[in-house]
Write a new protein. Structure first.
Length: 101
């Protein structure tokens, strides 16, 4: 089943965060993930979002997303974002559709 990693970020140091932002997309691709939301315009339509940015990756399965998250490659890149902002990350299952009978 398809799974998604959703990241909610408030970046305080964009210059320092840039090193992380350059390192991670290749690792995501290496583990079979793809970005659905990354950068670009984000427009709040309801509620208070402040300076929150969203990033979303799609994964063939939750297992592949977890493999990325716990990989040595990501462990090496993750310290690049330390001190650059506040982050919340969630792994969610995609919609499981059953065929109509």
């Amino acid at each position: 089943m398809t799974a998604y990693i959703i990241v909610e970020a408030v970046i305080h140091n964009p210059e320092q965060f840039g090193a992380y932002a350059q390192a991670v997309p290749g690792i995501v691709a290496e583990f079979g993930g793809e970005y659905l939301v990354l950068g670009g315009q984000q427009e709040p339509l309801e509620g208070e979002w402040g300076h929150t940015r969203l990033v979303m990756h799609r994964w063939p399965s939750a297992e592949q997303a977890r493999a990325f998250w716990s990989s040595d490659a990501y462990a090496a890149a993750k310290p690049l974002r330390e001190g650059t902002g506040e982050f919340r990350v969630m792994l969610v299952d995609g919609l499981q559709q059953t065929p109509l009978e």
